[in-house]
Ligand binder design. Structure first.
Ligand code: C5P
Length: 197
């Protein structure tokens, strides 16, 4: 059985939590595609490498680094993610993952629009910038205003880039999690998948 669930949306909207829960519930494999861009950004920055070379040479050890979840890694990811050749280097891996036997959930920014336009289920998970910054601040600490500024900066870069900008696919179900609990958001996502299975 091949079945793809595409979950897109801005930073800290709840995509990761929802994707993991959907994958577990239906026994699908899960790919956090943001981790690919984070690994490219961090690898390029740390090694003084060309980002395109870093993307072409991405290996499992790069994805296992323990510094991929920091705010800095998120910024580094969104900077390399505007480079078309970086994005192109990561396409085949994502598409192969999406069509693997047994079903797959991919979360990111362009899964429903570019990577898997034929996905059986497309969700666009969002929330207000303030709510997202607050959630991220609970994880990372520091100054909440600074976290909000970084969330806005990253949104701006992701939404306004020329190649694969962040936007909902025309046929995506938009899930605004601003006023939803994690359980409610997960239940709605699972319902959308159940309807198409
Ligand atoms: O989802 P996460 O916050 O880990 O993604 C980090 C950055 O990687 C995003 O801000 C975005 O710039 C980039 N990204 C992307 N396309 C994806 C996934 C992530 O451009 N499919």
């Amino acid at each position: 059985m091949r079945f793809t669930v595409a979950i897109d949306g801005p930073a800290a909207a709840g995509k990761g939590t929802i994707s993991r829960a959907v994958a577990e519930r239906f026994g699908f494999a899960h790919l956090d595609t943001g981790a690919l861009y984070r690994a490219v950004g961090v690898k390029a920055q740390a090694g003084g490498l060309d980002p395109v070379a870093a993307a072409k040479g991405l290996c499992p050890e790069d994805l296992a680094r323990d510094d991929l979840r920091t705010l800095e890694a998120g910024q580094a990811a969104s900077i390399v993610a505007v480079i078309p050749d970086v994005r192109a280097a990561l396409v085949d891996f994502q598409r192969e993952f999406a069509r693997r036997e047994g079903g797959a959930v991919l979360d990111g920014r362009d899964i429903g629009t570019v990577i898997c336009p034929g996905a059986e289920v497309k969700l666009f998970v969002t929330a207000s910038p303030e709510v997202r910054a607050h959630r991220r601040w609970l994880e990372v600490g520091g100054e909440e205003a600074q976290v909000l500024a970084q969330v806005r900066e990253r949104d701006d870069r992701d939404m306004n880039r020329a190649d694969a900008p962040l936007r909902p696919a025309e046929d995506a179900l938009v899930l605004d999690t601003s006023d939803l609990s994690i359980e409610e958001a997960v239940a709605r996502a699972c319902e959308a998948v159940s309807q198409k299975l």
